[in-house]
Design a protein around this ligand. Structure first.
Ligand code: AMP
Length: 227
């Protein structure tokens, strides 16, 4: 499905803002599946770099394991490369980027240069206690790549992964110690972007608590999407 508005194709460029565990990745995957826009997750791109064993991946790994931010130089390099690929012309959801003011300003410059400004910044609001449970319970199916949660997903969904020969894999940084640090880093460095984007009149706030489908419905209505 394409995003249609008054018989013309509308391309949306969106940032998902929210603490680790607020559902950015899950919801971005839903938008990607239903509409022609790509999900760009700097976390996923960095994890791929770490797995590939590249020099850049090695540099990023220590910060990621500690729950700290990877340097702006590395992250901006990755984002600039990714934004040059043709598929972003379909619109995109940035998931996990920007994470501080310098990254937000750099993003604005890059997008202004290519004449593709952001349409909206969507903040997913989730209570701290729920974030902890979402993060400690989070798993990815090794076969389908589907994001699951041992506390919240249906047993049938969890079984579907294992029945397909997959394993429920926990991210290396989803342990309690690292999670605490990631949430602190969010508060100190990323949360100021809420005011920044409010000032640019791009911010839309959505209640990120409840079932995935419910939250997805709220996101679509906040973005004026139907279907
Ligand atoms: P995520 O998958 O978005 O939770 O990211 C996992 C980890 O990757 C973070 O804890 C950071 O170490 C690193 N990371 C991801 N995105 C960024 C970013 N925009 N800036 C700096 N570090 C990032």
């Amino acid at each position: 499905m394409r995003l249609i508005d008054d018989d013309e194709t509308t391309i949306m460029r969106i940032v998902f803002l929210g603490a680790p565990g607020s559902g950015k990745g899950t919801q971005a995957q839903r938008l990607m599946a239903d509409f022609s826009m790509v999900q760009i997750s700097t976390g996923d791109l960095l994890r791929a770099a770490v797995s590939s064993g590249s020099a850049m991946g090695l540099k990023a790994k220590a910060a990621m394991d500690a729950g700290e931010l990877v340097t702006d130089e590395i992250v901006l390099g990755i984002i600039r490369d990714r934004l040059q690929q043709g598929d972003v012309e379909q619109g995109f959801v940035l998931d996990g980027f920007p994470r501080n003011l310098a990254q937000a300003q750099a993003l604005e410059e890059v997008l202004t240069e290519v004449g593709q400004p952001l349409d909206a910044v969507l903040l997913l609001n989730v209570d701290f206690e729920i974030l902890m449970k979402r993060l400690t319970g989070r798993r990815t199916c090794s076969v389908t790549g589907k994001l699951l949660n041992i506390y919240f997903s249906d047993q049938a969904e969890l079984d579907a992964c294992t029945n397909a020969g997959g394993e429920l894999v926990q991210r290396a940084d989803d342990n309690e110690e690292t999670i605490g640090n990631r949430l602190q880093v969010y508060r100190a460095q990323t949360e100021p972007l809420v005011d920044y984007y409010r000032g640019l009149t791009l911010l839309k706030t959505v209640d990120g608590e409840g079932a995935v489908d419910e939250v997805y419905g709220r996101i679509k209505s906040a973005l004026g999407l139907s279907g």
